[in-house]
Design a binder for this molecule. Sequence first.
Ligand SMILES: NC(=O)c1ccc[n+]([C@@H]2O[C@H](COP(=O)([O-])OP(=O)(O)OC[C@H]3O[C@@H](n4cnc5c(N)ncnc54)[C@H](OP(=O)(O)O)[C@@H]3O)[C@@H](O)[C@H]2O)c1
Length: 305
Amino acid sequence: MSSFALGSWRVNRVGYGAMQLAGDGFFGPPRDRDEALRVLRAAVDGGVDHIDTAQFYGRGAVNELIREALHPYPGDLAIVSKVAVGGDTDGAALRQGIEDNLEGLGAGRLAAVNLRMPDPSALPDKRFDAQLAALIKAREEGLIDGVGLSNISREQLLRAVDQTEIVCVQNLLNLADQRSADVLAECTKRGVAFVPFCPLGWPGHVRNHLLTSPVLAALGARLHATPAQIALVWLLDLAPNILLIPGTRTRAHLTENLGASDMALDDAARAQLTRHFPSPDRRNGGGAYGSPQSGADPSPARRRA
Ligand SMILES: NC(=O)c1ccc[n+]([C@@H]2O[C@H](COP(=O)([O-])OP(=O)(O)OC[C@H]3O[C@@H](n4cnc5c(N)ncnc54)[C@H](OP(=O)(O)O)[C@@H]3O)[C@@H](O)[C@H]2O)c1
């Protein structure tokens, strides 16, 4: 499996997103606790060294599951969490959010924490700077190794990189929704990891539509892949700095999703997907994704620097 840098870490390009382990709507208790533990252990056994979580998933239940399944954590496992910004969230609340994650996970330090913004269309302002400063301070004090951003615009990213190193950006991006193409292009240019959330489509009806698309079914049949694998490999193929965190409650889907890392699109498949699922920029005739500043390292994963 190829890898890419996540700040001072280097992780395999297919990781795991733990949000689905919470109950429906991601706030309830897990539907099947034992299977959730098995999925987490199978993920790490299957080569996952990057897990995305949040203390608010299942109101702490998901972090508890991760802890129960995987603690003491392997030294090469990058756990990335997020703290969500609301209308008047101040630095103290963000700091508390990071500490709650550390406590819930039983971890001394996290590979990165994303500052999760409520509205990517909001212009970055002094409040944004103060919120970012809380994460920078947490990094300086050794609670986290890297600062990430989530649900942001290119303007917010540019404002942030003026102030500090950003190790990852987590935005919605999948075949059916490519509005973050400009953010991906900026990350690719700067060598920042881009982690698309909901890589199989969001909300549920969009995902269902995508996974039952005749285009994906036909391509899958030709390339010996499932529609979900085609959707994932399309993302892997888009840019070398894309790190996947598909979520699932089942080991069967986990195996399928990890299998995407061994697949490749050919030119005909790429062209067909571009034709059927054009990006906003491509609709206007422009090149969407830019070129990488530093690419994925095909050599065996170097872990922490
Ligand atoms: N930063 C943010 O704001 C934000 C927002 C949303 C999510 N996230 C993170 O991103 C991760 C991924 O997003 P996500 O979990 O919402 O969406 P996703 O990975 O796109 O899709 C998950 C859904 O697809 C199904 N699924 C998974 N693998 C499948 C397969 N091979 N075939 C068919 N169906 C499959 C799952 O059902 P089964 O359980 O039945 O497999 C689940 O309903 C989350 O777990 C979370 O860590 C971050």
